[in-house]
Design a protein around this ligand. Structure first.
Ligand code: NDP
Ligand code: OXD
Length: 289
């Protein structure tokens, strides 16, 4: 295909498709023949936030490679806290051999996944295969074999009350903004087999309140956290999260879009569109994801 790299786009009327991550304001307006915007990421909050977004379908990235990478991240961090790796790494630094900390088995640990979409469902299935007790929470009712499902705000407290390790794979929307706050974290199970509840957020940083996460850690409402996304990215060097012994930080790379996979996906969707077939994974702008 004839590909132009912004801002060297040539004649604006030549452009029929745009492939974007975080487009600069105004980059997408004044393209009179634009038919589709493709997002390089699964999340589209930053695209929907554009002031002058053209009224054409916005297609998000949904791909087995992206899903697999996120599932790797989620399984890694659930296991990391369950098997107390941060503690063992500190002991290793001190050349200390300590054999015994209580080692509950996976089947004694209840993982709850906020957001039972493409990524949440795959992570749920793989964690289930490892033996964990899994539940998921979504906006609409779901039925997933072997997984307890909860839907809507009315069932959120029941979901939290049975959760030892909370995994957030929610998009950032007006409804989800700031929902990982003090009051939500205080509702996680207190009768689990780990020393306390664990939070893993690989959804979006604006879904969490970092000051509340720190307060919950101080108050023992949380025992540990793995955070891949932050209210401000990069996470400022001044953030106390960096120094917290029970917080694991990764730089928003839980699941990075693989460029070959993105190209395959976009070429395939364009071919379908040009054959007159419907596009897949169109974002619902009203829902925001
Ligand atoms: P999906 O759209 O497939 O799933 C989103 C899930 O969230 C759905 O189950 C949806 O419910 C649920 N949800 C959304 N809003 C609400 C709400 N208000 N109340 C309850 N449930 C809600 O998205 P993906 O699984 O593909 O991706 C999820 C997010 O992961 C992305 O939006 C992105 O922010 C993040 N991401 C992060 C990456 C990283 O590297 N850190 C990489 C890739 C994605 P329902 O099913 O009922 O619609
Ligand atoms: C995404 C991301 O949304 O990488 O795909 O955050």
């Amino acid at each position: 295909m004839d590909v132009r790299l912004w801002p060297e786009t040539g004649k604006e009327s030549d452009i029929r498709y745009a492939l974007v991550w975080k487009p600069p304001e105004g980059a997408l307006k004044d393209l009179p023949n634009l038919e589709v915007i493709f997002s390089i990421g699964a999340g589209v909050d930053h695209v929907l936030g554009q002031a002058d977004l053209p009224d054409v379908p916005l297609v998000r990235f949904v791909d087995p490679n992206l899903t697999m990478r996120m599932t790797e991240y989620v399984c890694l961090h659930v296991l990391l806290h369950h098997r107390r790796m941060p503690d063992y790494m500190q002991l290793q630094n001190k050349r200390t051999w300590k054999e015994f900390w209580p080692q509950p088995s996976a089947e004694e640990i209840r993982v709850g996944i906020l957001g039972l979409g493409v990524l949440g469902q795959d992570a749920a299935e793989k964690l289930k295969a490892l033996g964990y007790q899994i539940a998921g929470w979504s906006r609409s009712e779901k039925s997933v074999t072997g997984i307890e499902t909860f839907a809507g705000d009315d069932n959120l407290d029941a979901f939290l009350g049975r959760t030892d390790i909370l995994v957030c794979l929610l998009p950032h929307t007006p409804e989800t903004e700031g929902m990982l706050n003090r009051s939500l974290l205080a509702k996680l199970a207190k009768d689990g087999r780990l020393p306390g509840p664990v939070l893993i957020n690989a959804g979006r940083g604006k879904v969490q309140k970092e000051a509340d996460i720190l307060a919950a850690l101080d108050a023992d409402d949380l025992w540990a956290a793995s955070l891949d996304v932050f209210e401000e990215e990069p996470l400022p060097a001044s953030s106390p999260l960096w120094d917290h012994s029970r917080v694991v930080i990764t730089p928003h790379n839980a699941s990075v879009s693989d460029y070959k996979a993105v190209c395959r996906y976009v070429l395939d969707q364009i071919a379908q569109h040009e054959r007159g077939e419907p596009l897949r994974n169109i974002v619902d702008a009203k829902k925001g994801y």
